[in-house]
Design a protein around this ligand. Structure first.
Ligand code: PMP
Length: 437
């Protein structure tokens, strides 16, 4: 299968693992490959499996809807789309909210940028350093993480600001309050140099692909004061942080609550539990600024909407946000304890079931992408799937299981990860190994 994949798919379609995995089926927090091997899934199919694999309610809803009709057209009324839109509008916290469905996170961000630039009559936008918002022409233009945006001849003029990553530079030693003040000053400084209006700031509340890095709580509230003064819209990209994944909050923006809801919120990934749903929520005044008939054929198709409704109902009725808080909290503690003696681990960070383990080379200063890959391989051998990401090369292990993870599964996964880290560090080249354990 791998050879056939290589022969017909693009070279840049990256695959994890030296011997890539072909997934055949799943159940709960587990998936199986074509060789019959079972894996505990700590990456939730890259966060697309929000609740559980093969959740019966979702499978049933999809089958029932598919047996009636699978068409897709926004030209006719569509009950599941209206019902899901009503529920998301209520949950969003945005007053007088309108919801527009797309098929992906990229398309959702594209639409958000289209709305903001049309509303503000400007193609200038602010984005965060180290960000990831997708790879369409405009999404690439607000993706600060260069490794993920190889071409950036974007139609937008983007200004990148500090806030999401403290990194190893001049900000490293600052307290949260000092860092926040420095970032606000940086934002003011950038805006002081701009000619004409700026449409929006687009930001992930916790950076996903960038390595699960968070700004200090409240940073976007402080940004909001500046943005409001300039009439700039705030777009919160909740593609990874939405639906209770962070445990404490339903949306990532709520960690900055004084800022109130964003002007525009984008979502995708988990809501469809694997079906392709993305979307944009905005106040009616912003959403309705487009002079267009319809901008997506497949967005809001009844089968995906039926999946989304069943999945959201399951999430809310079973308080999976609370589960993410409880089990995620235990998992973070367990991982911190397990890695406390490992010099190769710079930090275990995160919220709820969005946990990053940042790896470094001996001495602690440099990124360790080879080590991250070795940990992924070792964990896979022992039946655990995790992800990787990060701005400084790819040195952050990313853990984002389905939100129904049990305590026993968290314990099991943490033990496999601990063993994989130990094995990978021991297997590192001798010069890398010094001080690494
Ligand atoms: N925004 C964020 C924060 C993401 O993590 C991603 C996907 N990794 C996207 C947008 C793009 O979503 P999609 O791949 O569904 O287009």
């Amino acid at each position: 299968m791998h050879a056939r994949h290589q022969a017909v798919l693009p070279d840049w379609l990256a695959l994890y693992y030296q011997r890539p995995i072909e997934i055949t089926h799943g159940e709960g927090r587990h998936v199986w490959d074509a060789e019959g091997k079972r894996y505990l899934d700590f990456f939730g199919g890259i966060l697309t499996t929000m609740t559980a694999h093969a959740l019966p309610e979702v499978s049933r809803a999809v089958a029932e809807q598919a047996s009636r009709i699978i068409h897709s057209s926004t030209l006719y009324l569509n009950r599941p789309m209206v019902e899901l839109a009503e529920r998301i509008a209520r949950l969003s916290g945005i007053p007088d909210a309108r919801v527009f469905f797309t098929t992906s996170g990229t398309e959702a961000n594209d639409t958000a940028l289209l709305l903001a630039s049309t509303h503000r009559r400007s193609n200038q936008v602010l984005a965060m350093r180290n960000s990831y918002h997708g790879r369409s022409f405009s999404a690439v233009g607000v993706t600060g993480n260069r490794g993920w945006s190889p071409t950036s001849l974007s139609p937008l003029h983007t200004l990148y600001v500090h806030g999401a990553v403290r990194g190893r530079g001049p900000f490293a030693a600052l307290s949260d309050a000092e860092f926040t003040a420095a970032c606000v000053a940086d934002l003011e400084d950038v805006l002081g140099q701009v000619h004409g209006g700026v449409a929006a700031l687009i930001a992930e509340p916790i950076q996903g692909v960038g390595g699960f890095t968070s700004p200090p709580d409240g940073l976007y509230a402080r940004f909001r004061e500046v943005l409001d003064r300039h009439g700039i819209l705030w777009i919160s990209d909740e593609v990874q942080t939405g639906w209770g994944r962070t445990g404490e909050h339903f949306w990532g923006w709520q960690a900055h609550a004084a800022a109130g809801p964003p002007d525009i919120l984008t979502f995708a990934k988990g809501i469809g539990n694997g079906m392709s749903i993305g979307g944009v929520v905005a106040r009616a005044e912003i959403m309705n600024c487009l002079d267009a008939n319809s901008i997506s054929t497949f967005g809001g198709s009844p089968v995906t909407m039926a999946a989304g409704l069943a999945n959201l109902t399951h999430l809310l009725e079973n308080d999976l946000q609370g589960n993410a808080r409880r089990v995620g909290g235990l998992l973070i503690e367990r991982l911190r304890a397990a890695t406390a003696g490992l010099d190769a681990v710079r930090e275990v960070r995160g919220r709820g079931l969005m946990i990053g383990v940042e790896l470094v080379r001996p001495g602690g200063e440099r990124a360790a992408p080879e080590l991250a890959s070795a940990v992924l391989e070792a964990a896979r051998e022992d039946g655990l799937l995790i992800g990787k990401g990060g701005g400084h090369d790819t040195s952050v292990l990313r853990i984002a299981p389905p939100l129904s993870l049990t305590v026993a599964e968290a314990e099991e996964g943490a033990a496999i990860l601990e063993a994989a880290l130990t094995k990978a560090v021991a297997g590192a080249r001798p010069d890398e190994r010094r001080n690494a354990l």
